[in-house]
Design a binder for this molecule. Sequence first.
Ligand code: PRX
Length: 631
Amino acid sequence: MHFADFHRRSIAEPESFWAEQARLIDWHKPFEKVCDYSRPPFVHWFVGGQTNLCHNAVDRHLKTQPDANALIWVSTEVDKEIVYSFRDLHAEVQRMAAILLELGVGQGDRVLIYMPMIAEACFAMLACARIGAIHSVVFGGFASHSLASRIDNARPKVIVSADAGSRGGKSVPYKGLLDEAIQLAQHKPAKVLMVDRGLAAFTPVAGRDEAYAALRAKHMDAQVPCTWVDSTHPSYTLYTSGTTGVPKGVQRDTGGYAVALASSMKHVFLGNAGEAYFSTSDIGWVVGHSYIIYGPLIAGMATIMYEGLPIRPDAGIWWHLVEKYKVTSMFSAPTAVRVLKKQDPAFLKKHDLSSLRALFLAGEPLDEPTAQWIAEGLGRPIIDNYWQTETGWPILALCNGIESQPSKFGSPGKAVYGYDVRLVNENSGEEVTAPGEKGVVMVQGPLPPGCMQTVWGDDERFVKTYWTKAGDRWLYSTFDWGVRDADGYYFILGRTDDVINVAGHRLGTREIEESISSHPNIAEVAVVGVADQLKGQVAMAFAIPKDATGLDDPAARLKLEGDIMKVVDGQLGAVARPARVLFVTALPKTRSGKLLRRALQAVAEGRDPGDLTTIEDPSALQQVKDLVAAK
Ligand code: PRX
């Protein structure tokens, strides 16, 4: 079939198109209506249908391949490897589900998961789905303040956590940060379920903390049937950054998500039941949700969950796993490839990679040298794809499962079926159609199945943040610039808002600014993303100290910079730590007091800041120029 026809049908006849895709999953009760778009921009998919994500990811494979590999947990941190068949996974998930039920979790209750990359995190996610609870996984790299704001927003009944993670052989404690976060939060969870890996000592809070091992032993033979939920029942929320400081809880449904994942596994990620999938992301990010846990398992594939660095014990570890488990599809991020690129390229050639159909890369722009290096090194196709936490699965990709199409360097491909992608001129609001013309990447509603339903608890914010009404059409903004060429391939040119992308991690500069401002000696600060060879972007902070006495001494400046980084580490987590904090006496602003962010970013990157007619005090930008030149 031609992809163009497939795509055209998905937009012109969404009802029949998606009804067909919906056959890829099991339904307990068939849906009555494929798409309810009667209250745009909100959309409900597969209305009246009942299903369960965990059933589709685990139980339904028991009939056909109970002994096939389901979850392959590999940790090069603690030197362990455990392979769970679908039967094993089914048993573990039921034990976890029984524990959650015992702790009082019911349908619709939230369970916050703050865990390292261990199998129990996967059990916890699936167990929530099994009993109709809504999970909210918080990335382990986030610290107490980030965690506290998510606890307050999600209001979880139970938090599942662990004593520690491990990175580069060093234990990274979780429990202390969690206790601190619960203290900071207004909302208090009834129970905390602790997985004790024996990596960091901790004192359980009496009456609140429960030991996973003890409860698991009690529920060894647990049988917890799947709770059938409406297709529109929220399966999870996942927090992501935007322009304002408060992270948004992206809320996902159940039926639409399951269908979108099943469909994308087949048409984009080329996966089949009985094969193995390896995504190197973390469960704390959307890629981990869609393509470590749910997507591969729904497709009946084994999924590798890897705790460790890509270069330890050596830079061949990933390829060793590909060979050992005959991985057919692999998913990673350009940053990870750039890390490998610094190592001996011989590692790419050491292992038998003949099972691998393709390496999929997403999360940040894929630069040509990186793409070329890995394509040549592996001798396997590299497939860029572009999407967001909000969409849950690719917006732009090459759907080679439908029709094989050539890649173009620098392009994540064409609009994926289900997405009616438009480029819109930011100022006029008019659609741009000429090849090569720049516009904001937008998707005409309804968004296809699998995308966000709303912002958790805040429908108004969902509409205000993402949607623009153009006549009787609604357009969803990705907040990315893009261009399209004559063949329908898109090229992404960066964010239109204050979101930056550090090593594939999406961060809001406003959150980092708020954290830095909490340092007692900081009057004002601006954080911008600056291009970086390895990480794509890094955060650079320009701060005005309240009291600059003594700061002409480089040692004093370094000390203050270090103190500020500690504040960010402690509040948000090392993932948000700026690469540098540089001190200035003024920030570039317009006469009306608006920060000239783009000018600041341009100068910080050594570029021409462009039109500066509105700047109040040009010397503010000169200071930045001098600092950057002196670096
Ligand atoms: O700016 C785009 C960039 O990452 C953003 C979404 O990040 P996140 O919500 O963490 O979801 C990542 C899911 C893979 C986008 O708005 N981005 C993502 N993929 C690409 C990309 N930029 C360029 N090329 C990509 N392939």
